[in-house]
Design a protein. Sequence first.
Lengths: 293, 293
Amino acid sequence: MRLSKEQLEQFDRDGYLFFPGLFTAGEISLLAGEVPQLYARREAYNVREKDSDAVRTNFAAHMYSEPFARLARHPRMVGPVMDLFGEAVYMHQFKINGKMAFAGDVWQWHQDYGTWLNDDMMPTERAMNVAIFLDDVNEYNGPLMFIPGSHKKGVIEARHDLTTTSYPLWTVDDALIARLVERAGGKNGGIVSPKGPAGSMILFHSCLVHASSSNLSPWNRVSVYLSLCAVSNHIRRFQRPEYIAHRDFAPIECLPDDCLLKAYPVQLPWKDGVPASALQTSPVPIEEMRKAA
Amino acid sequence: MRLSKEQLEQFDRDGYLFFPGLFTAGEISLLAGEVPQLYARREAYNVREKDSDAVRTNFAAHMYSEPFARLARHPRMVGPVMDLFGEAVYMHQFKINGKMAFAGDVWQWHQDYGTWLNDDMMPTERAMNVAIFLDDVNEYNGPLMFIPGSHKKGVIEARHDLTTTSYPLWTVDDALIARLVERAGGKNGGIVSPKGPAGSMILFHSCLVHASSSNLSPWNRVSVYLSLCAVSNHIRRFQRPEYIAHRDFAPIECLPDDCLLKAYPVQLPWKDGVPASALQTSPVPIEEMRKAA
């Protein structure tokens, strides 16, 4: 899938592109069907909500689940991102975010790149967020909210929020959010939230400021969030476990377009468990580690 | 203001009526302008959010603030409620709910009548909720959500939620909410959330199941919630402080329609402070208290 000139301009202006119903119901059901048994596992890669046992985020399913390993190589997803970067990409982060019915908690306003810079020493913002809906998304089940154009601010000062929810995040302060929303149109378009059927996809800039509300509805809002990083822009520090910030910088090689429906072979390196090395972390940059070795 | 036959039928079927822009911008600004100084007071009647200093609920402003004392007697608000009950009404509860920008927390699914029955021994559901928007309400600032027709279930079993937020509430369990939403149309109308400009009003049945999400937006969503009870249906127990559940069962006497704009005289019995008697509570029904006295 290639992007049109209009789409490239829209992405530059707004910081996101929305593709409603990009994946079919048949494709999505193969992914969604896998989620309950992944969420049921008592593993470090399942982060649960602060006030309940519901899973907030599952990490790195493409390393141990066949359907998600194939999604990670899907040309409909990887193609547009390579188009935007003009370069091969690798998988920096792979999440299945729960936002489960009645239990899904808020994600405060943040930029993803802020975290990747502060924690992972990713050199520039040449990394892309991809959201793929595994459930229908409506105004009641905690949809993603964006501030259009906020990616143009580059990296924004953030504070490390360790208390609001169960997952630590570098979040943006309220006064700045208010200014960004005002600049983007205030109550006329200053916040947007793309909604659509399961199978829809959003690409959004790693500096686009986003958040999502709690889910009080009876409808799960499970989404896959992938972060694809330009290979030249790989992270420089392994301060977070490998299941959160990946360390394999090899370019993604796409499978054919029907790869969710047909059983193309894929490697599942963590099929028998997460290796101990993936849990090892270090505050020292890779380069210094190599010099010291 | 009188209700039409269609409105009466709609209320019976759906459990609510929405009146967008019922009060003018000029009328609302006189009310909204009072709120900051009311919220700033360090008084028992200001309940603050669990995780911040923002006010979640202010109680009983009509007892100590002139503009709100006049609103409590407004014919545009009281008239339709008397129409629906065919009886005089008194003020059971008067709240100014904050749902402040960035800080407003969720209200879990609940029926108001559940609380009035369990805590206040209100005999039947002949009491009406009225919401008046002091700010514009949109999909981003935590609008009220209703399950249409859920009032037909009557009183639903509930559990006393003392942990989710800072205000104790009798809340309804998740499985039942899912069934009610499905019965009301599922993803096609099973949940509704009336949105509109400041000055809009909602009337909703005291058994209508409702909730609201958190407010992550930069826009306050302050609303006045009044509960008007048919005089014959007054509460039978003073288990909660009087600023929460009022004990004066005298019928409301309406002021003229321009009462927000003109300084008609009103009594402000708590102008100089909440009397000690209003803080006294008892688990014993009024009738038994009287017998014992």
